[in-house]
Design a protein around this ligand. Structure first.
Ligand code: ZN
Length: 595
């Protein structure tokens, strides 16, 4: 039964007094029956729901067209009905903002028509009111997340955070927490997001508060790949276009702080090799965009790699073929030996080795006359050794080593190199160290064509006429000058004038090479005499002496190289000749041919 309060019960009292005038013979105890009897003429409102909103509970009902107004009643728990307010004609809801956190309210509504009252739904509709955690701040946070902070609500079990974005219209539950903030990393640059934080009361009630945020941060590249190489960890990522560059960060596994590895200007460079890494360590990398001084978002988990140095490969000529040897890999279950000859597109596996401790393989059938590239792939891992390239030399065919002293000298050296390049042939250049920096481009070209660069002293000093320290300096200075250009120091020496004595042998530190065919090109300066000298003296294993200082020598080379090839000779370097002929050269020893 509805009991009216003193303050809010005027209308109910009036209607009661009207009823009493009309029905004076009915005593006061019949009020209930009276209401019911008149209510038959005014439709009872059908209740829909009581909903918890921010700061209120709203009651909804179906609007009955006949009603002039509605009166709303409330009870708390098992208490009595209490009039709380009324609405005008045409209303179908009422906001009760006198609610308290944690309480359960039941509502009912009566329709009024003139002096007549409807009946009411005695069950009512119930709502467990929970104060709403108001979102006090929502923003892009550290450029990699959205941070939502809200007010504390007492006596609740937890908060639940929901999100939806402009692309995804459904609310997605992103977190349950008892803390008063949440950082959402699962965001995409440029999208609009809405968040609701709901409090879940101890009594099961819930409330919610909505707020919007637009993500304006620079999105991080999502396809980040890491690979170990002999140089370090290579980080590569997909190109992003919204920034003006990238920053790459690294940390050791277990560390909390990111270290900046590099700043990259422009967005077209999409890889970087971090050389400051140690074998066996596990690293975590992340890449973010940068626009001016604004840093983009990043993946806080990063991308992890255990850095393992790929095996280092060496390749040498031998009488049996090209001998490959490599360092033992730390992981994996074997190796694949792969080869690709110049002009081929694909790496071909030439041997599969199933033992991790077998570290040598001889390629007995390299592609003759071509540069053969080799690499070792560690099975069951992505490790690939450094590449090595050697020309394929057929040990069963004749071979000769043409050598040129006293250069470089651009007009002649280049003329010779043109011939060698055209004929897929190689020679050995014993260079004078003091000339090397002047003719840098010649040195580079000799090296890139697979020719061998030998040491012919620094000042063309006759080494038999000087002491140990000068001999050492003459050799060391030239080696240094060449290494500065090619990255590789010469491993063979020809002493000026071919002069060798015991002091030279003891101090030169490398194998020495003279010749078996002397063209005397420096003396006659005549190409036909050079050509005929070679034609009449050359044999399998010869070392031929010339000088890349004279045009006549360049012209002779143009003629003799095709002739040698036509006559079955492979044109090889001095070191190749000795290796393929099975001669194990020693430092301080003098060699004049491979026979
Ligand atoms: Zn010389």
């Amino acid at each position: 039964m509805i009991s009216e309060t003193e303050n809010c019960g005027d209308n109910m009292k009036k209607s009661l007094s009207v009823a009493m005038i009309l029905l004076t013979f009915i005593n006061i105890f019949a009020i209930c029956a009276t209401i019911v009897s008149f209510a038959a003429e005014v439709t009872t409102p059908v209740l829909k729901k009581a909903e918890v909103n921010y700061g209120n509970v709203t009651v909804y009902w179906e609007n009955t067209r006949t009603a002039d107004k509605y009166r709303v009643y409330r009870k708390i728990g098992d208490g009595d009905w209490e009039y709380i307010g009324s609405t005008g004609k045409g209303f179908s809801s009422y906001k009760d903002d006198t609610v308290k956190n944690g309480r359960t309210y039941t509502y009912t509504v009566r329709a009024i028509y003139g002096k007549l009252y409807s009946s009411y739904d005695k069950e009512g509709v119930e709502a467990k009111y929970v104060s709403t955690p108001k979102i006090v701040e929502i923003k892009n946070y550290y450029s990699d997340s959205v941070r939502i902070q809200w007010n504390k609500v007492n006596n609740i079990k937890k908060y639940v955070v929901y999100r939806k974005d402009t692309k995804n219209q459904d609310w997605v539950k992103v977190a349950q927490t008892t803390s008063l903030q949440y950082r959402d990393f699962d965001i995409v640059n440029g999208r609009n997001y809405r968040y609701i934080v709901k409090a879940i009361g101890e009594n099961g009630g819930r409330s919610g508060y909505v707020k919007n945020v637009k993500i304006t941060a620079l999105k991080a590249p999502e396809e980040v790949k890491l690979t170990s190489s002999s140089k370090g960890v290579k980080i590569s990522w997909n190109k992003m276009t919204s920034g003006t560059g990238y920053r790459v960060y690294r940390k050791l596994k277990g560390a909390t702080e990111w270290d900046l590895v590099t700043k990259i200007k422009g967005n077209t460079t999409t890889s970087y090799t971090d050389t400051k890494v140690k074998n066996g360590k596990t690293y975590i990398y992340m890449v973010r965009q940068v626009k001016g001084s604004t840093l983009g978002t990043y993946n806080p988990h990063g991308y992890t790699i255990k850095y393992i140095i790929p095996p280092k490969l060496t390749a040498k000529h031998s009488p049996n073929g090209i001998v490959l040897s490599w360092d033992k890999a730390v992981t994996g279950n074997g190796y694949k030996v792969q080869r690709k000859a110049s002009g081929e597109n694909e790496w071909k596996t030439i041997s599969t080795i199933t033992s991790l401790s077998k570290l040598k393989y001889t390629d007995e059938k390299p592609v003759y006359g071509k540069k053969n590239y080799y690499r070792i792939v560690v099975s069951d891992s992505k490790l690939v050794s450094n590449k090595r390239a050697l020309y394929g030399i057929n040990p069963k065919k004749k071979m000769v080593a043409l050598t040129y002293d006293d250069g470089p000298y651009t007009p002649v050296t280049n003329q010779i190199l043109d011939v060698l390049e055209e004929n897929n042939a190689r020679a050995t250049f014993f260079v004078v160290g003091s000339r090397v920096s002047t003719y840098k481009d010649c040195i580079k070209r000799e090296y890139s064509l697979g020719c061998e660069i030998g040491n012919h002293s620094y000042n063309h000093t006759i080494l038999t006429s000087v002491g140990a320290s000068t001999i050492k300096a003459e050799i060391a200075d030239t080696n240094k000058a060449v290494k500065n250009i090619t990255g590789q120091a010469p491993k063979i020496v020809r002493t000026p004038g071919g002069a060798v004595n015991s002091t030279v042998r003891e101090n030169v530190g490398y194998p020495m090479f003279n010749w078996s065919v002397d063209t005397l090109d420096w003396k006659y300066r005549d190409s036909s005499s050079v050509v005929s000298s070679i034609k009449s003296n050359v044999r399998d294993g010869s070392i031929v002496l010339m000088h890349d200082l004279y045009g006549s020598t360049g012209n002779a080379t143009e003629e003799i190289v095709p002739w040698l090839i036509k006559n079955g000779y492979q044109l090889v370097t001095v070191s190749e000749l000795m290796a393929v002929k099975g001669i194990d050269v020693q430092k301080g020893e003098l060699y004049c041919s491979a026979y």
